[in-house]
Design a protein around this ligand. Sequence first.
Ligand code: GLN
Length: 483
Amino acid sequence: MHQLTLTQIARGLADKAFSAEELTRTLLGRIAEHDAQLNSFITVTEDQALEQARRADQRRAAGETGVLLGAPIAHKDLFCTRGVLTTCGSKILHNFVSPYDATVVAKLAEAGAVSLGKLNMDEFAMGSANESSHYGSVKNPWDRTRVPGGSSGGSAAAVAARLIPAATGTDTGGSIRQPAALTGLTGIKPTYGRVSRWGMIAYASSLDQGGPLARTAEDCALMLGAMAGFDPKDSTSVDQPVDDYLATLNKPLTGLRIGLPKEYFGEGLDGAIAEKVLAVVEELKKLGATIKDISLPNMQHAIPAYYVIAPAEASSNLSRFDGVRFGYRCENPADLTDLYKRSRAEGFGDEVKRRIMVGTYALSAGYYDAYYLKAQRIRRLIKNDFVEAFTEVDLILGPTTPNLAWKLGEKNADPVSAYLEDIYTITANLAGIPGLSMPAGFVDGLPVGVQLLAPYFQEARLLNVAHQYQQVTDWHTRAPAGF
Ligand code: GLN
């Protein structure tokens, strides 16, 4: 049962091949058996899951037919879940039980999805390897000596290991697409504003966006359909109808114009990954696409701009964690200043502190113009590059990551080398456009991902192209040995 995709599960539930409760018990059993090797869950909500599953079975017996009714999922631990521990991977929230559900959590629950628990992640979503979590690093199911990517590393590992068919994630600079690539999954970061951020613990508010990780594009379409939509509680949420992502999956690709940015295939890209990416291009040509070489001339400035803007926003967002209102508080504070200082010093990990310091520095009076303002100007240039490119092509294609999943601990001493892994993903967040990563093969037994980028609100197009590719290839069906 655990090998079924979300779409197959929907069919099985509709045909009464199994009940939501049976399925939930099976997957809870798999988590109990396998997760010790992966560390993908921070909290397993067994009782609540069984209760939700029974309710889904009752709703179905009463005549409801929703596709996600009874579908097992889990949430990245930065989505607030009422009555359930919500840690954001941090010691500072080690005891935080949210009083409310994030909009995404509420929407999926309404659709009948059953949440099995909360997934491990980099602390405050800062990282590309899931090694900055207070709850320990997550292992890649394809090779447990390697990282699963980050920051949604728990989501990726749990789905890749068939503990759950789909999970929520968030993507500020690549945290859905990069772990999807390193674990052989399909993941989509929607257009900024497409999915509500309400109840999603903020890292960098102008870049953060929630989305699904699953095995197939079809499953991502199912999940995104339920997650997306206008939310008056999020002032950056966009009031625009949600496309029917399932309805356009089978659109033929004839005449689709795909752009290959020359900057994506230059220095720094692993040659074996480049080959896999070009093989995808050949498949898409057979499906009717035409290819054009394009340029995104400001891409080289994306990492420095992102690593000013994201820490700047983080330094402001994370000021609310002060030991007073919620979360960790130091023992025996001498006075209020001591309480602030020690609660934060003891509650935050090294990477989070590094970013708070960088961000505070970039926003400080003497340096604001030189760093923050300049980074914002670069951001606009990057956006303009995409707007320009999309006058010539419908879609942009390239690698999701420059390298394969690296060894646990390999980049710990050199944070900048980990920052460089985001080179292909962060531009989409800076511009606000949607991006998808899908499996494109294996190198040395490790998954490789291809990234597709589209104009604003064209998630349906991304899912359509990925689905068509997945009709003629089987990379997305491969499971890691032992799972
Ligand atoms: N790796 C990037 C960072 O550390 C992106 C993380 C994310 O998308 N949340 O900021």
